[in-house]
Design a protein around this ligand. Structure first.
Ligand code: SF4
Length: 207
C-alpha cells in the first residue's frame, strides 16, 4: 500500500448535505459546487485542512475575545432550503459604545498567501464568502482574521459590504442548485484548470 497516497489522496465521502454551503460562494468551478450537492467527496488531505482550521479557529477566537465581545458563534444563515451557511462569529469591539456588530471570519494561510494579504490582496473567495454572509446578516462590515501557519502571525483586515457582488454570488448559487445538468468542466484551452490538480473530483472530470 502507498501510505502517502492513502493519507493524502484517499477519498472520504461525507454524508450528503441537503444544501450548498455559502462558504463556497467564491469557488470558481460551477461544476464542483454542483457536484458537492450530489456527494460530498473530499480527499483525506482536504478533510485534514478543514479539521485543522476548526481547531485553530477556537484558539484564535480566545485571543479575539480580548478585543471583541463575541455575540454569536456558528450562526446559521439560510438563503433558502438549498443554500445555507454558518459564520465563524459576530461581535463588536469592547471599546465601542455603539456596539456595532461585525462579521468575524477566521482563516489560516501559508506564508505566501498571508504575505499577499498583508499587502492588501484579499483572496477573492474570502471576499465572496464574507460578502454573502454580511449581506444575509445585514452587517455593513467584517473582519477577516488570518493566521500565518508558518509563523503564527495574526493579521486582521476589515472588509466593507459590497451588496451588488453579494447578490451576484447568491444568484449564481441559485442557478447552480437549480441546474439539472452537470455544469461544464473548468478548463484552460481544453486542459484541466490549475485548481483541478487538488480537486477531489479530478478523476470524475478528467480521469
Ligand atoms: S476537477 Fe476541475 S472541473 Fe472538475 S469539479 Fe474539480 S475544479 Fe471543477
Amino acid at each position: 500500500m502507498d501510505l502517502n497516497h492513502y493519507f493524502n489522496q484517499k477519498i472520504v465521502t461525507q454524508p450528503a448535505r441537503p444544501y450548498l454551503g455559502l462558504s463556497q460562494a467564491g469557488d470558481e468551478c460551477d461544476r464542483r459546487l454542483w457536484l458537492y450537492q450530489q456527494e460530498r467527496a473530499i480527499t483525506k488531505r482536504e478533510a485534514r485542512i478543514f479539521e485543522t482550521g476548526k481547531i485553530l479557529e477556537g484558539m484564535i477566537l480566545r485571543e479575539l475575545k480580548e478585543i471583541f465581545v463575541i455575540r454569536n458563534r456558528q450562526k446559521e444563515i439560510v438563503i433558502d432550503e438549498k443554500i445555507k451557511g454558518h459564520v465563524d462569529a459576530i461581535g463588536y469591539l469592547r471599546d465601542d459604545p455603539q456596539k456595532i456588530n461585525y462579521l468575524i471570519e477566521i482563516k489560516t494561510m501559508n506564508y505566501r498567501r498571508f504575505s499577499e494579504l498583508v499587502k492588501g490582496l484579499v483572496p477573492k473567495e474570502y471576499v465572496a464568502q464574507m460578502n454573502v454572509y454580511m449581506y444575509a446578516l445585514k452587517l455593513k462590515s467584517g473582519f477577516l482574521v488570518a493566521l500565518n501557519k508558518d509563523t503564527s502571525e495574526l493579521y486582521l483586515t476589515q472588509l466593507q459590504l459590497d451588496e451588488m457582488s453579494a447578490q451576484i454570488h447568491i444568484n449564481r448559487l441559485k442557478q447552480i442548485v437549480a441546474s439539472t445538468q452537470e455544469p461544464e468542466r473548468l478548463s484552460i484551452r481544453g486542459l484541466p484548470h490549475t485548481i483541478c490538480q487538488w480537486c477531489a473530483f479530478k478523476d470524475h472530470c478528467w480521469g
